[in-house]
Design a protein around this ligand. Structure first.
Ligand code: HEM
Length: 521
């Protein structure tokens, strides 16, 4: 837990003047921050107002928790606040050569553009739908075959599926299914550890002068995970390079995976002064895997937790699915735009359980006046959206799960585009999430399929708890277990390649497989 001291709310500081900070800590200030940083920042905002500063160790920090002040940061002074403030763990993991932690400038801009163009263009997202579909259907088949009536750890199996989805988008069918499952299991453990370490409050971040001592061993632990991760990346890069060298690559541009694009870029850079090599490629791949897995799987786990806690909302969401998709079909991504109630459920879940409650901390490259107070250059600026989402002055009944508040949003007031500063689940401004369209698809499509295919119940005698655990992604404090029961009597889980049709039913209340036909026979 980081030591902190010396809080100044806007009630105590002079307007239109540079803030003056005490250089020594008052004896009566609390010595430690609560590990649930978002909660403690919110409590402090109640006392000191929507902008206050505090020392986190020797790091001057500013916490902002009102829509109008956040707008000043991410819209009115966007370029000044366009740097994320990298943590020691983030820099050790990526060398600052990824998108998330690289400083605002040409490299960051080029990488972001490349990512948007090659991975997230409408064409490429459409072309990659088959991969998402295949993964989601595979997991539904697995539940039908082996997990009906048994408790499942939701976060774990959703994470595994979303990891497979993103691996497919990044390096396609480079490795066969068996190898992918093996790699996925290994990868999952390592990625979880990396995310934990990135979210862990670290003394080295708060006392940069002491970073070399690595008191909590965060840097040591991160360095111990990296070789294993690198090995995984090396194996897929090797496989892709062999294909490229052999020249038998599928020339269909729309089907090129993101790794192929990055390697081509590396080839073009050879001999030029700017360096774009394997280190950069691995840092960007790591961003994609981290950005796409923990955020989506944590959100899906929260959606199911809220629905299990609100059976009325669960019923309405399933009725909508029955109406839009029907009981003889399986969900397709094309259904998503018609699932208005489910969309409202997901939006309400983002409001109550934002994946990144403080977004990612910003660091101004010049001093700026925000809300009448000077925010010094190089301070660490937290944008506390979590506190806005629970503010009764902004949201009616803010603690209640009420998806209906997002219905009939004809004006687009509650879209994810970062223009409404009361609602920013994907951030806002230059550094807002570039993966939002993919992220939204991954969440909506998987949740819709899970609710359409199965009834979900809690294990006997269990109740849903909604306790949070702060981290770079805010997970549940305890994993959610739920039991699936078959909702559809017949699931056509046809896959694109090894097409199979699975017909199921029930006998004496037990699910049974009625037939399996391979290749349409
Ligand atoms: C439910 C899904 C997701 C949520 C809620 C989410 C949320 C966020 C948020 C809040 C930020 C920080 C924005 C800011 O500082 O203003 C961010 C940044 C980022 N996200 Fe996402 N994200 C999601 C999915 C994804 C996906 C699928 C990818 C990539 C495949 C991705 C890649 C990134 C990257 C690279 C950044 C850093 C952008 C930069 O620094 O320029 N995210 N995300």
């Amino acid at each position: 837990m980081p030591p902190f001291s010396c809080i100044h709310g806007n009630s105590r500081i002079q307007k239109h003047k540079s803030l003056h900070f005490h250089s020594s800590r008052p004896a009566n200030s609390p010595p430690f921050l609560n590990p649930n940083l978002h909660l403690q920042f919110t409590q402090l905002a109640h006392k000191y107002g929507p902008v206050y500063k505090l020392w986190l160790g020797s790091q001057l920090s500013v916490v902002i928790s009102s829509p109008s002040l956040i707008k000043e940061v991410v819209r009115d002074h966007d370029t000044i606040f366009a740097n994320h403030d990298p943590s020691v763990a983030g820099i050790v993991a990526t060398g600052g050569l990824d998108i998330v932690w690289s400083p605002y400038g040409k490299y960051w801009r080029d990488m972001r553009k490349l990512f948007a163009r090659e991975m997230l263009s409408n064409n490429n997202l459409q072309a990659s739908y088959g991969l998402r579909r295949e993964e989601v259907r595979r997991v539904i088949g697995d539940i039908v075959n082996t997990k009906i009536g048994k408790p499942i750890e939701i976060g774990e199996f959703v994470f595994r599926t979303e990891l497979n989805v993103i691996m497919s988008l990044l390096w396609g069918g480079l490795i066969d299914q068996e190898e992918r499952d093996r790699l996925g299991a290994e990868f999952r453990v390592k990625i979880s550890k990396v995310v934990d370490l990135m979210g862990k409050p670290n003394v080295s971040d708060f006392f940069p002068g002491l970073a070399r001592f690595d008191f909590q061993g965060v840097e040591r632990d991160m360095r111990s995970i990296l070789p294993g991760l690198e090995q995984i990346f090396d194996s897929v890069i090797d496989a892709r390079m062999k294909i490229m060298t052999a020249g038998d690559e599928n020339k269909d541009e729309s089907r090129k995976d993101f790794l192929g694009v990055l390697l081509e870029l590396k080839e073009q850079e050879v001999g030029k002064t700017s360096s774009f090599g394997l280190t950069q490629i691995k840092a960007i791949l790591l961003d994609m895997v981290i950005g796409a897995t923990d955020t989506t799987s944590t959100t899906i786990e929260w959606v199911l937790a809220e629905l299990l806690d609100n059976p009325g909302a669960m019923e309405k969401a399933q009725q909508e699915l029955t109406h839009v998709v029907g009981m003889n079909n399986i969900v397709e991504e094309s259904h998503i735009s018609k699932l208005h109630y489910l969309e409202a459920v997901v939006k309400e879940t983002f409001r109550l359980h934002p994946a990144l409650p403080l977004l990612l901390p910003r660091m101004p490259n010049e001093s700026r006046i925000i809300g009448g107070y000077t925010i010094p250059k190089d301070s660490k600026v937290f944008l506390n959206t979590w506190s806005i989402y629970r503010d009764p002055q902004v949201w009616e009944d803010p603690l209640q799960f009420k998806p209906d508040r997002f219905l009939n949003d004809d004006t687009g007031k509650f879209d994810y585009m970062g223009n409404n500063f009361e609602y920013l689940p994907f951030g806002s401004g230059r550094r807002m999430c570039p993966g939002l369209i993919l992220g939204e698809k991954m969440v909506m499509y998987f949740v819709a399929t899970l609710l359409h295919s199965f009834e979900w119940r809690l294990p006997e005698g269990k109740r849903v708890d909604l306790l949070e655990q702060f981290g770079i992604v805010m997970r549940r404090k305890t994993p959610l277990f739920a039991i699936p029961y078959q909702r559809l009597q017949s699931l056509d889980l046809s896959l694109s390649k090894d097409c199979f049709r699975l017909t199921t039913g029930s006998l004496l209340g037990q699910p049974i497989v009625l037939g399996l036909c391979v290749d349409g026979q």
